[in-house]
Write a protein that binds this ligand. Structure first.
Ligand SMILES: Nc1nc2c(ncn2[C@@H]2O[C@H](COP(=O)(O)OP(=O)(O)OP(=O)(O)O)[C@@H](O)[C@H]2O)c(=O)[nH]1
Ligand SMILES: [Mg+2]
Length: 308
């Protein structure tokens, strides 16, 4: 029964691949209305915003960067905040930090779950805005409040960042995309205001690898890519770049037969259905959750050599 199930799945997958090959490979055209709305609202609010805090996920330092962000935010001063640094492969992610710094970005890496304060963000913000504030003072304009817009893809940690800055849970967070629904101003102390925003993506997820990376880190929902495809991608990726993590976590070395891998993991975990067959869906959920909850960490899904 389990084998039949697997066969059916495999056939479905192969059919899908054939269809994709016939049609221009990946054609994931997914852009919900609320993202278009968020972009419009950001544009409308831009004139009162002094600085942009662009939040990206350290595990996908390329895939989580909104492609058309500069078209959206113009040439406003900005800081690139790399969250989840505790979960990434520092060696690989640091290459991206250098890359972005070379492009002129101010980059701040952080673990928002740690107790460490994030004062550096304000020092950096003041440093970046110093000239503007001085100029305005000369013109007789007293700048009372710095307004920062927090922007990024879904689930990157925007609301968690705001809670950390404020020092309490002022906005709702959650390990799934689409938690924040509206734009809202949050006052921090006397002279800083932050604007939280719902996650946005680019209209076309036209690079398959980017789409899979986003799904692997729970930035896009299941309806866009099947969890099974995502898990097969994760296993392949671990096998290629992190064989030790694969071996240590799942006691698996050879992944040439996905069916065997699911069997091995399922049996070890006791994910058995009636008749002793392995429940593949449970195996799939396990792997997705291990990445999502940071049980499997030290992984960066992007590679600098793939940046176009
Ligand atoms: N380990 C770790 N987890 C983090 C970090 N930052 C955020 N998270 C977790 O990531 C998940 C998503 O965080 P949110 O702040 O809700 O993300 P968001 O960008 O506001 O997401 P949306 O509102 O859905 O767009 C939460 O479970 C956070 O606890 C970090 O630096 N390290
Ligand atoms: Mg949020």
């Amino acid at each position: 029964m389990a084998k039949d199930m697997y066969k059916k799945r495999k056939e479905r997958k192969e059919k899908k691949i054939m269809e994709n090959n016939n049609e221009n490979k990946t054609n994931i055209n997914w852009y919900p209305g609320h993202m278009a709305k968020t972009k419009r609202l950001i544009k409308e609010n831009l004139n009162v915003i002094d600085i942009i805090y662009e939040v990206i996920d350290s595990r996908i330092p390329y895939s989580s960067k909104i492609q058309d962000i500069d078209e959206l935010i113009g040439n406003k001063p900005k800081i690139l905040i790399m969250t989840k640094y505790d979960l990434c492969d520092k060696n690989e992610t640091d290459k991206f930090i250098k890359y972005y710094e070379n492009l002129g970005y101010k980059v701040l890496k952080c673990d928002l779950t740690s107790s460490e304060k994030i004062d550096k963000l304000f020092l950096l913000s003041n440093e970046i805005l110093k000239e503007k504030i001085t100029k305005q003072k000369e013109k007789g304009i007293k700048k009372e409040t710095i307004r920062a817009l927090v922007v990024g893809i879904p689930n990157a940690g925007k609301s968690t960042l705001i809670n950390k800055i404020v020092g309490r849970k002022i906005t709702v967070t959650g390990n799934k995309p689409g938690v924040t629904k509206n734009l809202s101003w949050i006052r921090v102390g006397k002279n800083i205001e932050l604007m939280d925003s719902p996650g946005i993506l680019w209209p076309k997820l036209d690079q398959e690898r980017v789409a899979l990376n986003l799904a692997s880190t729970t930035a896009i929902k299941e309806e866009i890519l099947s969890l099974e495809d995502v898990v097969i991608y994760i296993l392949d990726f671990l096998h290629k770049y992190y064989p030790d993590i694969l071996k240590e976590t799942y006691k698996v070395e050879d992944i040439s037969d996905t069916y065997e891998v699911f069997e091995t993991i399922g049996k070890k975990k006791g994910f058995l259905m009636k008749g002793g067959y392995v429940d593949y869906d449970k195996v799939i959920d396990l792997i997705i959750n291990d990445i999502k909850k940071g049980k499997v960490k030290g992984i960066t899904f992007d590679r600098i050599e793939n940046v176009k």
